[in-house]
Design a protein around this ligand. Structure first.
Ligand code: SF4
Length: 377
């Protein structure tokens, strides 16, 4: 049976960043203790339904998972390993923010089996970090990477945000080349309504030409430095592509654990009596999630904390396959293209390439991916 992935959401952050639209609230120690209990219970709920299927990756994301203390991390990983069947060579990633990781904590994380660290670095420039409302500065970010290396981490991802007015992209790229993490996620800053940044008049989105210029520079610099540009926003040294994220882009199954977490199973959700492929979302805020999960007191009447389910038909599946596959360097089978008469002009415009019956986007094409999908499908 096809292995699946597990995402565990830790929805706590000390302070909300100015651009943040993720599910996160300030930590309350009492609630966090109950939250860990709820996570452990929820993991156990799935044991009878997923026995026989192996887990290829676990991703502990947030929020700020590095706010957890080592005993709490240990309990989560220990519960996952007795409730689910973990593959021997499993990838276990944990997100960490520079201000919340000491050398001791990193050492414990590494010794607990976390073999991939994803650091929310965001920028090598203090002015940019300040504008984003981050709690750390560039020197603490560098020191976090150094500490992680010293305790033994050999697979480190660094997140960088671009698209901030006055940001010097060369400084960010020089920063990456100085530390050479195994993986880099370079995300374009999207300004979501309701965030403090959306009310800041200084923050205007890049125009198309500026976006393409920066995107091309990031691509060329990182590829020259030895990275593979294997997904629209992601770069990896050979052999260090994220197993967890590739599972999302290949439309593999994943279990979502924790408040606000999403899950997806092509094989349906038998635990709530559904056989069609579906995506689901867990209850949010954490108090609602905790109440649902911890109110289960018998294995016959489990309170799955699911708040929303979306059943996917074949048309939705095809469209998702196209969108997700085009994001990666593997591209899609040319047979899926509806308007084949448009292919030659997209090739002439340098937006797509076709090799061995597979269509992939060029760097220029990645900048206008949505338009290409609308034209071809
Ligand atoms: S650390 Fe991440 S999740 Fe937390 S407030 Fe900042 S952007 Fe949001």
């Amino acid at each position: 049976m096809e292995p699946y992935s597990v995402y565990i959401h830790i929805p706590y952050c000390k302070k909300k960043c100015k651009y943040c639209s993720f599910l996160s609230i300030p930590p309350q120690p009492e609630e966090m203790e109950k939250y860990i209990e709820a996570i452990k219970s929820e993991l156990k709920f799935y044991k009878p339904f997923l026995s026989g299927r192996k887990v290829k990756s676990i991703y502990i994301g947030g929020g700020t998972p590095s706010l957890l203390e080592p005993p709490q991390i240990k309990e989560i990983i220990a519960t996952a390993s007795v409730s689910l069947m973990l593959q021997d060579n499993i990838e276990i990633t944990m997100e960490a923010n520079p201000e919340s990781i000491s050398k001791e904590k990193l050492k414990s994380m590494y010794n607990l089996g976390i073999n991939r660290l994803s650091i929310g670095l965001q920028s090598f420039d203090d002015n940019v970090l300040n504008a984003l409302g981050r709690l750390h500065d560039a020197s603490s970010a560098l020191s976090a990477i150094e500490k992680a290396r010293n305790v033994g981490f050999k697979n480190i991802n660094v997140d960088i945000i671009y698209g901030i007015p006055s940001q010097d992209i060369t400084k960010e790229l020089d920063g990456i080349k100085a530390v050479m993490p195994e993986h880099v996620s370079f995300y374009y800053l999207t300004i979501e309504q309701g965030t403090p940044l959306s009310m800041d008049k200084l923050f205007t989105p890049l125009n198309d030409d500026a976006f393409q210029e920066i995107y091309t520079k990031v691509h060329e610099t990182l590829v020259d430095a030895g990275y593979e540009h294997y997904e629209v926003s992601n770069f990896a040294k050979p052999g260090f592509q994220s197993i967890h994220n590739m599972n999302y882009w290949q439309r593999g199954d994943y279990l979502g654990i924790g408040s606000g977490a999403h899950g997806f199973f092509k094989t349906g959700l038998p635990w709530i009596g559904m056989t069609a492929q579906a995506r689901y979302e867990n209850a949010y805020p954490p108090s609602a999630y905790i109440e649902k999960v911890l109110n289960t007191n018998s294995s016959e009447s489990i309170n799955f904390p699911i708040s929303r389910v979306e059943v996917l038909d074949t048309d939705a599946e095809t469209l998702e396959n196209i969108f997700l596959s085009l994001r990666t360097w593997k591209g899609i089978d040319i047979a899926l293209v509806k308007n084949k008469n448009l292919l030659s002009h997209l090739i002439e415009d340098g937006l797509i390439k076709i090799n061995n019956e597979r269509l992939t986007l060029t760097v220029k094409g990645m900048c206008v991916m949505d338009g290409i999908v609308t034209e071809l499908f």
